[in-house]
Write a protein that binds this ligand. Structure first.
Ligand code: GDP
Length: 626
């Protein structure tokens, strides 16, 4: 895939002008008495939805939606996006039933930079600084480059301000600002995406000229591409005698990043983080890419953005660095971020200076949260504390429900969604034991006639499955394929917790067949049976109203309530049903281990005989991470 469709000359002149009328705001309608909520049927809501889309989905006017949001303390205009919890409050307030937890929205990753143009708000849109993340292989100089940028472009400090490490900082070049996220690496970038925040506009890919493109360089390229973020390459360490920038350019081309000099559209700048050579040129080029992307935001209205980092300060309490993306954050604003909320008591910039307000692309440290939000949580300003509390409660409830339901994004679930026409793209992260397996797998998948579904390998590499792979799959609603590759323990735990599907194969044919079925919407979940234990019926007794109980001795494994059981008599299965209750003496127990006796009651089975064998088993999803 061609990495980026940015070209100064081609795109520079094509900037659209936006102007004209803002969104219709009918004040009378806003304050008209709300209609009584009447039962209006069930709706299914996505994770995020704009006010306008929500109004369309509910077949009500946008004004009604805005009013309902206001009732819940949320200020939003017609083009703003609200999250699932807020949309649920609206839908329920208008008398709809919300059917289930949000479905992970699986859609093509955006291939354009995120431009928060607010339709209909052209008059209020102003250019805003780009937000940049630095990525690349370990030791290629990401940290040193961030330091060099900070040192070369310190804005004339007020009151001797010392640079504070608040997770992000701004520099100024030629009177224009650039915001840098201070946590380098594609892992942090994708982790934030997985939590819902899209903050980065441009990725700077640092490649050491003496070392060349390395595995994490490729990983970073894939993570940036999966997010649809343009890449600017910094060929670093050019001061070193063994630096070979030309080789780096060749290697980049091998990974579909063709630089401008060679007729491509990727900007590459030779730099030295040590001598600071090339750093101003790098910054100027970032401004060029930002200009092409026409980054704009509306500085008016309630602020919205993302949490960059948060920590507990022993004297000041929870401190969070927020990046404002829309609107202006003011002192005393009430904010909700993830499951935390608070009232802004103080705002500081990256030099520790107290501020009264912060506009778009500005990172600020905020004092006043009651709890700690998480990096990557989206934040919103709401009308009052009551609204904030309602949203947080709703979110906590939704999280509990989600945790209980398991957010599973299994290949068979995706397949069902393809069948229903809800999904048009199948995103895959492929890890193999050896490098040589990647191309045959990729080639076989490319040859698949997947109908209208696009099979998109967002990352393929050799080695074990890492947390970073799981994050990438999570952020891209993808599935992980392990071809003779196993997950590291942290990755397995993360995949289990987040419900990311890891499928294991050792034969390419089976892998390709499954993907083919999934893309055709025909992959059914397959289950394997796991025998948990056996019991032998030694005495049969009856309990009034319940029926016959098999007084059994557990010979191996365990018997547990809820497990499936078959009754075997003389080698024949005479019944198959569920264990509905287990009793040990008078006590109701959940499970009984080998060597103990218990009374077993099976659903709908009233025919135990002495000598029957009870075989307990469970069905588990096949191909689950082990
Ligand atoms: P990171 O792991 O990508 O953050 O890499 P660091 O910023 O920690 O840099 C790794 C090493 O390379 C450090 O010893 C740096 O001093 C060194 N380094 C970074 N940039 C340059 C450079 O431009 N020239 C030279 N000679 N060394 C550099």
């Amino acid at each position: 895939m061609s990495a980026r469709v940015f070209h100064r000359r081609t795109y520079g002149s094509s900037r659209r002008r936006r102007g004209g009328a803002g969104a219709p705001r009918v004040v009378e309608q806003l304050f008209a008495p709300a209609k009584e909520a009447e039962a209006r049927g069930a709706v299914e809501l996505p994770r995020n939805i704009s006010v306008k889309e929500l109004a369309d989905l509910l077949s009500v006017s946008a004004i009604e939606v805005i009013k309902e949001l206001m009732k819940n303390g949320i200020l939003a205009n017609i083009t703003q996006t609200v999250d699932y919890e807020a949309a649920t409050l609206v839908a329920k307030g208008l008398g709809f039933e919300v059917t289930e937890a949000p479905k992970p929205s699986i859609e093509a990753p955006r291939v354009t930079v995120k431009i928060p143009h607010l339709e209909g708000e052209g008059a209020n849109l102003r250019p805003r600084p780009p937000v940049v993340t630095i990525m690349g292989h370990v030791d290629h100089g990401k940290t040193k480059l961030l330091d060099a940028i900070r040192q070369t472009n310190v804005v004339a400090t007020e009151a001797g301000g010392i640079t504070q490490h608040i997770g992000a900082y701004q520099v100024e070049i030629k009177g224009q600002k650039i915001t840098f996220l201070d946590t380098p690496g594609h892992e942090a970038f994708t982790a934030m995406r997985a939590r819902g925040a899209q903050v980065t506009d441009i990725a700077v890919l640092v490649v050491a000229a003496d070392d060349g493109v390395m595995p994490q360089t490729i990983e970073a390229i894939d993570h940036a591409k999966a997010a649809g973020v343009p890449i600017v390459v910094a060929i670093n360490k050019v001061d070193k005698p063994d630096a070979n920038p030309e080789r780096v350019k060749q290697q980049l081309a091998d990974h579909s990043l063709v630089i401008e000099e060679w007729g491509g559209d990727v900007i590459a700048v030779p730099v030295s983080a040590k001598t600071k050579q090339g750093v101003p040129e790098l910054l100027e080029n970032l401004l060029v890419v930002a200009e092409v992307a026409e980054l704009k935001a509306n500085p008016q209205g309630a602020a919205r953005g993302a949490v960059i980092e948060a920590q507990m300060d022993s004297t000041r309490g929870p401190m969070a660095t927020l990046l404002v993306q829309e609107g202006t954050l003011n002192l005393s604003d009430v904010i909700v971020a993830g499951a935390a909320w608070g009232k802004v008591k103080a705002l500081f910039n990256d030099r520790g200076k107290r501020l009264r307000r912060a506009g778009p692309a500005m990172p600020v440290e905020v004092l006043g949260f009651g709890g700690l939000p998480l990096a990557g949580d989206v934040f919103n300003v709401v009308v009052d504390e009551r609204g904030a509390r309602a949203i947080v409660e709703q979110r906590q409830g939704a999280r509990r429900a989600e945790a209980m339901a398991g957010r599973s994004l299994n290949l068979d679930v995706v397949s069902a969604q393809i069948r229903e026409g809800k999904v048009k793209q199948l995103n895959l992260v492929i890890k193999t034991d050896v490098q040589g397996s990647i191309e045959p797998i990729r080639a076989s998948l490319e040859q698949l006639d997947a109908g209208t579904v696009k099979i998109n390998v967002i990352h393929a590499a050799s080695g074990s499955i890492t947390e970073s792979d799981v994050m990438l799959a999570l952020a891209s609603n993808g599935v992980i394929i392990g071809f003779n590759s196993r997950p590291e323990s942290g990755a397995k735990n993360l995949a289990d917790a987040e419900g990311v599907d890891i499928r294991f194969y050792d034969v390419i044919y089976n892998l390709v067949e499954d993907i083919k079925k999934a893309a055709a919407g025909m992959l059914e979940p397959t289950y394997v049976e796991v025998v948990e234990g056996h019991g032998e019926v030694r005495v049969v007794f009856s309990i009034a109203k319940k029926g016959k109980v098999g007084g059994s001795y557990v010979t191996d494994g365990k018997l547990s309530r809820g497990a499936m059981a078959r009754v075997i008599r003389g080698g024949q299965v005479v019944s198959q049903s569920q264990i509905v209750s287990l009793h040990h003496f008078k006590e109701d127990v959940r499970e009984m281990a080998a060597g103990f006796e218990c009374g077993v009651l099976l659903e709908g089975f009233n025919d135990f005989k002495e000598g029957d064998i009870i075989e307990a088993y469970r069905k588990e999803r096949a191909n689950a991470p082990s």
